[in-house]
Design a protein around this ligand. Structure first.
Ligand code: NAI
Ligand code: MG
Length: 358
């Protein structure tokens, strides 16, 4: 198969872990006789230095010509968010790309493979078998509604509005139903319908769509309870569908539950096969340039890209299998190693994965 992938490494550890993913793509090209090509684009601080903006038009144009975007991470040190180079970098790039490509749904698989229970802070018997897919709405709701700050009788006041249309909810819930159909056929819609009108609309839409997916069992859960259940019995979930803010929070919680954000890939997709694939974590400036970052989330984001944009299940599964096999052989980066335990550099771990792909 032929294809063109836009590669946007970004800032911090982005370029280091992206180098790993590109090496894995080369190995896939060779092994399965594909000719996937990559085109590099600048975003974030690097783009700011060159063009004075975080998301240059030429990067966007380049992405438009590609089949998919493989994204690293953007953003500067947490202590330096106000300098022009970093101010709003993540927002400008990520929210910008989501809007420009109508990437309305975010898929985040949270999976604990047999043998990797030990990465989790939870007890092995609780975490065993966890395999959850969170489907989060990405371009509406509280994060995209009108926001303002104003004064009432001299009192500083701030507000934002969460707004959802039937159609916006339906597109996301449909993706969740389709995913559940291919998995263990269970969908949990997470909301706060005891308080919020948008949540009640989510329930109405989900009930209405359910008639098209009679083979999928559906239930509803309040978000506060869902947070608790993700910790108490994470293996009880299959697919979760939820709104933008609840999904943001629950998916980071889920990342911590599986052991490290460095393990969690994600896909932001539209109604075509186009998607932006990126690790769940940020640019980790605290460890940038040291060749110690865990490239797993970036490599698994490539696996999601191959599966979702190109329907290459076999290649995608081979990458996941190679990562798992490396871990089983005791190969791991510093974030996963116990105190005093030996660890591999980013590129050494990548080599272990590639050896197992061949
Ligand atoms: P972060 O996810 O970058 O880092 C949090 C902690 O996890 C750090 O201690 C970091 O060293 C560690 N970590 C993250 N990824 C790792 C990996 N692959 N291997 C080993 N350790 C890893 O989040 P933080 O520190 O809150 O934000 C740093 C910057 O990243 C900020 O500028 C923020 O705006 C940006 N950011 C960008 C995102 C994106 O590009 N999609 C998403 C989240 C944050
Ligand atoms: Mg987040």
């Amino acid at each position: 198969m032929k294809g063109t992938i836009a590669v946007l490494p970004g800032d911090g550890i982005g370029p280091e872990i992206m180098a790993s993913a590109v090496r894995v793509l080369d190995a896939i090209n060779k092994k399965y006789h594909h000719t996937f090509e990559t085109r590099d684009g600048v975003t974030g601080g690097v783009a700011y230095d060159k063009f004075g903006v975080h998301l240059p038009e030429e990067t966007v144009e380049m992405c438009k010509k590609a089949d998919a975007i493989l994204f690293g991470a953007v953003g500067g040190p947490v202590s330096d968010q106000e300098s022009p180079r970093w101010k709003d970098a993540e927002k400008n790039v990520i929210l910008g790309l989501r809007k420009k490509f109508n990437l309305f749904a975010n898929l985040r698989p949270l999976k604990v493979w047999p043998g990797t229970e030990i990465f989790s802070p939870l007890k092995p018997d609780i975490i065993a078998g966890m395999d959850v897919l969170i489907v989060r709405e990405l371009i509406a709701g509280l994060y995209f509604g009108p926001m303002r700050r104003y004064e009432v009788d001299g009192e500083i006041t701030a507000e934002e509005t969460s707004r959802y249309t039937w159609k916006e909810i339906a597109s996301v819930v449909r993706i969740a139903f389709v995913a559940a159909q291919k998995r263990r056929k269970r969908l949990t819609v997470v909301d706060k319908a005891n308080v919020l009108e948008t949540s009640r609309l989510w329930r109405d839409v989900a009930r209405s769509l359910h008639t098209e997916f009679p083979g999928v069992e559906m239930d509803f859960m309040f978000v506060d309870n869902a947070a608790q259940q993700l910790v108490r019995s994470p293996a009880s979930f299959d697919v979760i569908a939820t709104d933008n803010m609840f999904g943001d929070i629950l998916s980071d919680l889920g990342g911590a539950v599986v052991g490290s954000l460095g393990l969690v890939p994600s896909a932001s997709i539209n109604d075509k096969k186009f998607g932006l694939y990126e690790p769940a974590h940020g640019s980790a400036p605290d460890i940038a340039g040291k060749n110690i970052a865990n490239p797993t989330a970036q490599i698994l984001s490539l696996a999601m890209l191959l599966r979702h944009t190109y329907d290459l299940d076999k290649e995608s599964g081979a990458i996941e299998g190679a990562v798992l096999s490396a871990w089983k052989a005791g190969k791991k980066t510093k974030d996963l190693a116990a105190k005093g335990e030996a660890s591999l550099s980013t590129q050494e771990f990548t080599s272990c994965v590639i050896e197992r792909l061949k």
